[in-house]
Design a protein around this ligand. Structure first.
Ligand code: MN
Length: 367
């Protein structure tokens, strides 16, 4: 294979430290589409979730969990859609893994107290203060919340707290106008092991799954919580993690748009390798070109595009690694709505300099 994209080089996404894994991204898409009742797109997301190795019972539990945040009707429509997807896959001979179910609940004692304890773990805030606000006005909903949601549901160990919280923030982002709850649950996400980077990647998945409006809203809440001053004009740019200097604007007519370069390694006769930190503004890209000795791209930030001649355009993002073989005609650059930074490693420089070709037209870029 000429092109190798290794998103998770070591099984986990070590490039970014703690970015989301494919199964987590699937959980987000499934929960968000269930909440909006977009059953057509949900079918695709469910199938993709199964393909990533999520078990039938884990997905079933995600759909059950949604009901606490968007109600029985959406949750049950989600479950019915899932049954259709499973039936269809069965007919096509796909054998999906059912997986283990939740263990029976062993806990004893007051369910209210158990729910309180779990809520305490999630929020890292003691729950023994006197009730305030809506809990005083409608004490019964406080009881339902603690006994049912945080005891009955959260005690089911088939999903981790982090997975349940991903379902929750997905539903809250999808239904909208629940900002205080979304903020609280973003905060819980941080307490159960998800990183700020992972939460910005969550916003990315919401953007791809639901659209710009939902992603903007979620990002605004997340920025407020994290005290980040990221502008909302570039909502899909992930958290900047600049390791190397951005360098200078490249004065070259082999690029479309603005590109910055900071050379990290100059070639020599021992290594025959150079390396540069390259940043493309949104929409910027190289012309078509080929490297006689080949090239390795390590994507360190943002989102972009990569294409080899005669093949489809591929989306690339932070953490992706691309090996472009010697002589293969290709181009690379940023996505229309995000910067892209990659480290470009030119190997086997003794084989000669880059062969530059035509610009990548807008039509080719937008494919
Ligand atoms: Mn190249």
């Amino acid at each position: 294979m000429l092109l190798t994209i290794v998103a998770n080089l070591f099984g986990q996404n070590h490039q970014t430290g703690n970015a989301l894994q494919e199964q987590q991204k699937s959980i987000i898409a499934i929960a968000a589409l269930t909440a909006q009742g977009n059953l057509g797109a949900l079918k695709t997301a469910l199938a993709k979730g199964l393909d990533t190795g999520l078990t039938v019972l884990k997905i079933r539990e995600c759909l059950v969990h949604t009901y606490a945040y968007c109600g029985f009707p959406r949750s049950i429509r989600g479950l019915q859609t899932f049954m259709e997807v499973l039936e269809d896959r069965k007919l096509r001979g796909i054998r999906d893994s059912i997986g283990p179910d939740a263990d029976p609940i062993q806990q004893r004692g007051s369910k209210y107290e158990r729910g309180k304890k779990i809520l305490n773990e999630l929020t890292k805030a003691p729950q023994d203060r006197p009730l305030t606000g809506y809990s005083v006005f409608a004490p019964v909903i406080d009881t339902f919340l603690k006994e049912h949601l945080f005891a009955d549901i959260f005690e089911r160990n088939i999903l981790s707290y982090a997975e349940r919280e991903l379902v929750t923030i997905s539903v809250l982002s999808a239904i909208g106008r629940a900002e205080p709850m979304l903020r609280s649950h973003f905060s819980i996400c941080l307490n159960v092991g998800l990183t700020p980077n992972a939460l910005y990647e969550f916003v990315d998945v919401i953007h791809i799954t639901l659209g710009e409006k939902e992603a903007e809203n979620a990002k605004t809440v997340l920025n407020e919580l994290l005290g980040s001053n990221q502008t909302t004009t570039k909502p899909y740019q992930t958290v900047a993690s600049e390791i190397f200097h951005k360098g200078e604007k490249v004065a070259s007519n082999h690029f479309t748009g603005t590109v910055w370069l900071h050379m990290l390694v100059h070639t020599d006769t021992i290594f025959n390798t150079n390396a540069g930190n390259v940043t493309f503004e949104p929409g910027a890209r190289t012309h078509w070109h080929a490297h006689p000795g080949g090239q390795i791209l390590l994507v360190t930030n943002g989102k972009g595009r990569y294409q080899e001649l005669g093949k489809p355009v591929m989306e690339i993002r932070k953490g992706d690694i691309i090996k472009c073989e010697p002589g293969v005609v290709h181009w690379h650059g940023a996505a229309p709505d995000s910067e892209l930074t990659h480290i470009a490693i030119g190997v086997q420089q003794e084989k000669g300099a880059v062969k530059w070709l035509e610009p990548v037209t807008d039509k080719e870029y937008r494919q």
